[in-house]
Design a protein around this ligand. Structure first.
Ligand code: UN1
Length: 477
């Protein structure tokens, strides 16, 4: 049986788990089970479904430490970040458990006497989740919680680069008492996801991953008229104007650019800064960035998930230098796995907007600084926002300024699904009105983790009830 050997990217000699790759027969059985379970689960009253999800929420909270430990080992992110990621599961379940008593529809006004119009939301059918390695625990939860509470079943296909957290996530759901077949997990690479997405049993496909994967799956989904939710890449910027609180911005940029080793779709990868404050800011930023990597790197700094990504990051930095970018720090592989794990040095480049490194996603600890020469704050803002928006992605952007008028304009002008004022581009909150998702090539308009995630997992039904006891003709009588 071919297997996935899941290694610790901080110490590649350590095998964290092994998973047999699902065969097509196994996938067929899972799909059939998912369809069977849907019949039962979709009919269970939503508050009862909520009871089971509430049990799951409590198990996630109880097991926070051990789930975080597995996540830390398979993905490499520091323990503090791993704990935060498991907390995201708890937060998202907290919110969607309550939806079991809402899942609001609508009532409307009929144009006819003695007639009511009610619109309800109903589940769609078995879902398939294809998820990435950078948030292998939280992102499945963003998809599963709204899918389950509304009565859908699912099969999760976690990334082959970090499959354990997805498996443990599904284990907890089953431990909480989900009927058999409601939550399942399949292992493998893209072909396994593709097989599941193509099946006529699958009615919803939700993907977190690259633009290429998203485009491919969207085409499969379109051919089968399936609901499709896509959360793809980012090329996020932080604008710093010359009136900004620079100490605050320093902390925000460090966390935004180097948290999770820059391997978040929300990571800050461009710093667009007024030239008047740039030298002062960069002089402080460089030593702080360099200090993130220590001889105990996994405490504060994330390894890169695998050798292929490590080499891709390095080649993008080398190419940027060839294109004329100035290397301010980093720019090298610290460990290619021969010492312990895959580490790339925290890197800062002074670049010009338009260079590949400033418009394409790097997905690593690389920050490009783009200086803006401007007459005043207003002129700087106008140039900076134009640069910020001149990319194909639109996930998360931030601005640091004390000028409330400019901050409010930026909040409206940024072409992205998330905007932060005086806060970093990473660290979206979960549940409620905080909606996760992006514009442009970042996705197809769907949102996760907040209330409108219900749109991906429900379809509307409008029910007309005529109690007049006679034929009434709409638009005629
Ligand atoms: C991702 O990188 O796919 O907003 C998700 C954040 C995290 C989620 C990132 N809460 O940075």
């Amino acid at each position: 049986m071919p297997k996935i050997i899941n290694k610790n990217p901080a110490k590649i000699s350590e095998i964290v788990s092994e998973h047999e790759i699902s065969t097509s027969q196994e996938l067929d059985t899972m799909l059939k089970k998912s369809a069977e379970a849907f019949k039962l689960w979709s009919k269970m009253p939503a508050p009862k479904r909520g009871d089971i999800l509430f049990k799951a929420r409590n198990i996630f909270a109880q097991k926070k430490e051990s789930l975080a430990k597995s996540l830390h080992l398979e993905n490499g992110k520091p323990m503090e970040e791993a704990l935060g990621e498991i907390q995201e599961i708890v937060d998202v379940f907290d919110f969607f458990v309550g939806e079991g008593r809402r899942i609001y529809g609508m009532t409307g006004q009929s144009e006819l006497a003695d007639k009511s119009i009610i619109t309800i939301r109903q589940p769609i059918g078995p879902a398939v989740f294809i998820t990435a390695w950078n948030f292998p625990a939280a992102v499945p939860a963003w998809k599963a919680a709204p899918a389950l509470i509304t009565g859908n079943t699912f099969i999760l296909k976690p990334s082959e680069h970090a499959p354990l957290s997805g498996k443990l996530f599904v284990d907890v759901l089953n431990e909480a008492g989900l009927p058999e077949g409601v939550a399942q997990v399949a292992f493998g690479a893209g072909d396994v996801g593709e097989y599941l997405a193509k099946s006529p049993i699958t009615k919803i496909v939700s993907v977190t991953g690259s633009v290429a994967v998203g485009r491919h799956v969207a085409q499969i989904a379109a051919a089968g008229f399936k609901k499709c939710a896509l959360e793809l890449g980012g090329k996020n910027s932080t604008i710093i104007l010359n009136d900004a609180n620079l100490e605050l911005a320093l902390d925000g940029v460090l966390w935004g650019a180097y948290g999770t080793g820059g391997q978040r779709c929300t990571s800050t990868s461009r710093l667009i800064i007024d030239k008047k404050v740039s030298n002062e800011f960069v002089d402080k930023l460089v030593p702080k960035a360099q200090a993130l990597f220590t001889d105990k790197p996994d405490i504060r700094y994330s390894p890169i998930i695998n050798l292929k990504q490590l080499e891709k990051i390095d080649s993008m930095v080398k190419e940027a230098i060839k294109e004329g970018a100035e290397l301010l720090c980093g720019g090298k592989i610290l460990d290619d796995g021969s010492k312990s794990g895959y580490y790339y040095a925290p890197t800062i480049l002074k670049a010009k907007h338009g260079m590949k490194v400033t418009v394409e996603e790097v997905f690593g600890p690389v920050l490009s600084i783009i200086e803006v020469e401007a007459k005043d704050n207003e002129d700087c803002y106008k140039q900076a926002i134009q640069i910020a928006n001149d990319v194909d992605y639109g996930l998360s952007n931030a601005i640091y300024t004390k000028d409330i008028n400019i901050a409010m304009r930026a909040a409206h002008d940024f072409e992205s699904g998330l905007v932060y004022v005086n806060a970093p581009t990473i660290g979206a909150e979960c549940g409620g009105a905080s909606l996760f998702g992006g514009w442009k090539n970042t996705g197809n308009g769907s949102r996760e983790s907040g209330i409108t995630a219900l749109d991906s997992y429900t379809q509307y039904k409008t029910i007309g009830i005529d109690y007049s006891n006679k034929l009434q003709r709409a638009q005629i009588d």
